[in-house]
Design a protein around this ligand. Structure first.
Ligand code: ADP
Ligand code: MG
Length: 345
């Protein structure tokens, strides 16, 4: 069931030369975690603020739970939207305690506010003294308070802007999983903004990718990674190699050798073979395979990247296990076990 729909949203800031959001439409399903990704300035925060009612679009409409909350210039005010927002800097009130910060969101709540606050703080796993002030808490704890404040009034959707950006790498892996569990436990729908593809791939049910205010693709993580709709999306999710090849009825001629593949018969002119570093494998000496010159081997602890050059010096990257040694080896044999073919021109 769809809970949030955006239809043809355009947004331009008054001083800006270009639109920050260009004709963006998508749906979010109830209970889903959608990650909104894109580089800095792509419009992620703007889109969250439009949904929350903190900005207004030039045109387009938004509905939440079947209610139209934005229709062109007309809109339901932010405080009546039942949207919970967690800001990038958490935006906690410094002069209020944990308890008071969370209670702040419950001004219109009918029922036992004190009880609701404690329940929500337990839900987000905060075990600190609730009478502490924000400056007495770590970044991770402040984030939980901000999440509790947003969740306490039972919003229809939670919007989180870069929730992991202020956490160091070690803490991040843990917090990412915890946040996902908290959200899933309550069944609330969430949109989570991040510029980190690893966060998005591991946390989200689906991912929407923005570039210059345009929505590029929205799909499950596996599809974005394996079936990107354009080069921008492909490269955003990590390295993708390209080899220029000439098709014949039997296969592809490449600068690294010949690849037997009947599929080549479907193509006329030059093509590009596209594959990710983990979709190729370096193998033992074998004249059935492709061959190139080892240019560089980089060790990353849990894997290595071997850069292999063709005769003109054009390089590709292949991922291998960390235990392999390439010392004293000049040529590498490899094969591609998965690749896409695209017409080159
Ligand atoms: P992101 O969150 O993806 O980094 P933003 O939504 O913050 O991107 O910004 C999108 C574009 O809108 C950028 O070009 C940014 O400079 C511009 N922008 C954001 N906020 C304002 C503002 N208040 N006034 C003018 N331009 C803005
Ligand atoms: Mg932002």
């Amino acid at each position: 069931m769809t809970i949030l729909s955006l239809h043809h949203i355009f947004k331009k800031y008054s001083q800006a030369p270009e639109y920050a959001i260009n004709d963006v439409s998508f749906d979010v399903k109830e209970g889903e975690i959608l990650a909104l990704v894109g580089e800095s300035g792509s419009g992620k925060t703007t889109l969250l603020r439009l949904i929350a009612g903190l900005e207004h679009p030039e045109s387009g409409s938004i509905s939440l739970s079947g209610q139209v909350i934005v229709e062109g210039r007309e809109s339901v005010p932010a405080h009546e939207r039942q949207v919970g927002m967690v800001f990038q800097d958490y935006a906690l009130f410094p002069h209020l305690t944990i308890l008071e910060n969370v209670k702040f969101g419950l001004q219109k709540f009918k029922g036992d506010k004190e009880k609701k606050v404690r329940e929500t703080l337990l839900l987000v796993g905060l075990k600190e003294d609730f009478n502490k002030y924000p400056h007495q808490l770590s970044g991770g704890q402040q984030q939980r308070v901000a999440l509790a404040r947003a969740m306490a009034p039972n919003p229809k959707i939670i919007l989180m802007d870069e929730p992991f950006s202020n956490l160091d790498a070690m803490l991040k892996d843990q917090v990412r999983e915890e946040i996902r569990q908290i959200i899933k436990k309550t069944g609330v729908t969430a949109i989570l903004v991040t510029h980190d593809t690893r966060d998005a791939l591991s946390t989200a049910d689906r991912i929407a990718i923005l570039h210059k205010g345009y929505l590029q693709q929205i799909d499950i993580p596996k599809m974005l990674y394996e079936k990107p709709v354009n080069p921008y999306v492909a490269n955003f999710f990590g390295k993708r190699n390209e080899i220029l090849a000439t098709p014949t009825a039997e296969g592809f001629y490449t600068p690294f050798g010949f690849i037997k593949d009947k599929k080549a018969g479907d193509y006329k002119g030059k093509v590009k073979l596209l594959f990710r570093p983990e979709h190729a494998e370096v193998v033992q000496n074998d004249d059935q395979q492709l061959i190139g010159t080892i240019f560089k081997v980089s060790y990353f602890g849990d894997h290595q990247i071997v850069k292999i050059a063709d005769e003109e010096g054009k390089r590709i990257s292949i991922r291998t296990n960390p235990g392999r040694t390439f010392e004293g080896i000049e040529k590498a044999f490899f094969y591609l076990w998965k690749y896409d073919v695209e017409e080159a021109f």
